[in-house]
Design a protein around this ligand. Structure first.
Ligand code: UDP
Length: 460
């Protein structure tokens, strides 16, 4: 199948993105894939994202518009999630509708909407304008299937254990479920967002998932019986996989300022497989006691380390940690994660198992030590250890703390043990399969082509 000619007649897709780094990256990357196939893409980002971004989004190829979700200065700690759900829907429906009308009045009408599944109200806005619409899920199919079962009342909560059986998934222990399901009393507001993804999903024309068929084979097949599902991932920049999109080497929109040069210069001085990379993504917040356990494990271990500690977390580091470890470690507030993971010096990734980080590690062939804290991370860590066999999930104490000894033991096993060697082999196998999926004619590539063809049919 060929590329659609990028003319004024080509589909004009509005991609509506949520203000969180882990949601921006996959949707932006998917947009670049669409663009590379001749589709005109217009990103709708919130005013708060526009205010805090540190990089320009692919200038010259993707148009960017802003809309207000009612939180133009970002969401504050004191804001209640329940109010956020209400207000973003109310204000967002209005401002996004205005944006669609504006394009119409400029003679450049939107012909399809792709929205982040955490914003189910966008589907209703699109339908008011009679536009075809795709819901984009930024979490794994497995996790979404669990939420769907809770939303439908098919999985009763609080969950009675010890094991749970859900179609398309391996048997899961309670601790393997997303935290909003396993610890039912926690974060009811966020749980509502997770379950609301399915509140109006039957009206969606397509469901797009940042995953690939071979990675989540059974659950993808099972869910395909319910909805028009298309796996379109992994949405990792093209240079790391198929190399078909020229110059596509990073996502291109950072909400945190990365220390690119410092990190890469530091890594360039290290030997192959000598560095542990540690990051908890853009959201996880750890307690002081937990930070100390990690700090001690890194300080006393026999490897170098590169640790991302966001500005808001820095004060929890043991005092003098940076001075005491300056010969073996580097602590930065944000790094170019893909470049880091693809550097030959990196031996292992200590990760919170956010879905993007998990996919990135898998695609770049780096085995993981999973320290999942909450949300979907626990389920991802289960799959990393038991299904894909590309890492270990750390044991957690009753009080939720990961101890230094356990962290050290996992690092040793992954970097020096027999299991670690197997994990590396498995990682390389997954890396090849991920590449195959997005390469020409691969399952995700075909799904994107099919999506484009069906979009074209709606234009005729
Ligand atoms: N990331 C990055 N630099 C960092 C830490 C993270 O660029 O120092 C990126 C990472 O590559 C990933 C995203 O931020 O694409 C985090 O998404 P993920 O789903 O892993 O976690 P979340 O932040 O949503 O918890």
């Amino acid at each position: 199948m060929g590329t659609v000619e990028q003319t004024h007649q080509a589909p004009h897709v509005l991609v509506v993105i949520l203000s969180i780094q882990g949601h921006i990256n996959p949707m932006l990357q998917f947009s670049k894939r669409l663009f590379s196939k001749g589709i005109r893409v217009r990103l709708a980002i919130t005013i708060s994202v526009a205010k805090s971004m540190h990089t320009k989004i692919c200038p010259n190829i993707i148009s960017v518009d802003t809309f207000s979700d009612g939180y133009d200065n970002g969401i504050k700690k004191e804001d209640k999630i329940e109010s956020y759900i209400e207000r973003s829907k109310l204000v967002g429906s209005q401002t996004l509708g205005d944006l669609i009308k504006k394009q119409e009045s400029l003679g450049n009408p939107i012909t399809c909407v792709v929205y982040d599944s955490f914003y189910p109200w966008v589907l209703d806005v699109a339908k008011q304008f009679n536009l075809p619409v795709a819901s984009f899920f930024t979490q794994s199919c497995a996790v979404c299937n669990i939420y769907y079962h809770v939303q439908q009342g098919l999985l009763k909560v609080p969950v009675a254990g010890p094991m749970v059986s859900i179609p398309g998934l391996p048997p899961l222990a309670i601790a393997d479920l997303p935290s909003f399901v396993s610890v039912y009393e926690s974060h009811p507001g966020i749980r509502t967002i997770m379950l609301n993804q399915f509140s109006n999903i039957d009206k969606a024309d397509w469901l797009l998932f940042n995953t690939f068929d071979k990675l989540e084979n059974e659950v993808v097949s099972w869910m395909s019986n319910l909805w028009p599902i298309k796996t379109v991932g992994p949405t990792v920049p093209s240079i790391y996989l198929d190399k078909r999109i020229e110059g596509d080497k990073d996502y291109g929109l950072d909400l945190f300022k990365p220390s690119n040069e410092i990190c890469m210069n530091w890594l360039n001085m290290r030997e192959t497989n000598s560095v542990i990379y540690v990051s908890f993504g853009s959201n996880v917040s750890l307690g002081e006691e937990q930070m100390k356990e990690i700090a001690l494990a890194l300080k006393e271990g026999n490897k170098y380390f590169l640790w991302v500690v966001r500005e808001s977390e820095e004060r929890k580091l043991p005092s003098d940690f940076a001075e005491e470890t300056f010969e073996k470690g580097l602590v930065v507030q944000w790094c170019p994660q893909l470049e880091v993971l693809s550097h030959k010096a990196v031996a292992c990734f200590i990760t919170h198992c956010g879905w993007n980080s998990t996919l990135e590690s898998l695609c770049l062939g780096i085995p993981m030590v999973g320290l999942p804290k909450w949300t979907d991370q626990t389920t991802n860590a289960k799959f990393v250890e038991d299904e894909w066999e590309v890492g270990l999930r750390i044991k957690v104490e009753e009080n939720g703390i990961w101890r230094k000894e356990e962290i050290e033991a996992c690092i040793r096993e992954v970097t020096e043990g027999e299991k670690g060697k197997e994990m590396r082999k498995n990682c390389n196998r997954w890396k090849e399969l991920a590449k195959e999926a997005v390469d020409e004619g691969g399952s995700s590539d075909k799904n994107i082509e099919d999506f484009i063809q069906s979009m074209l049919c709606t234009l005729r």
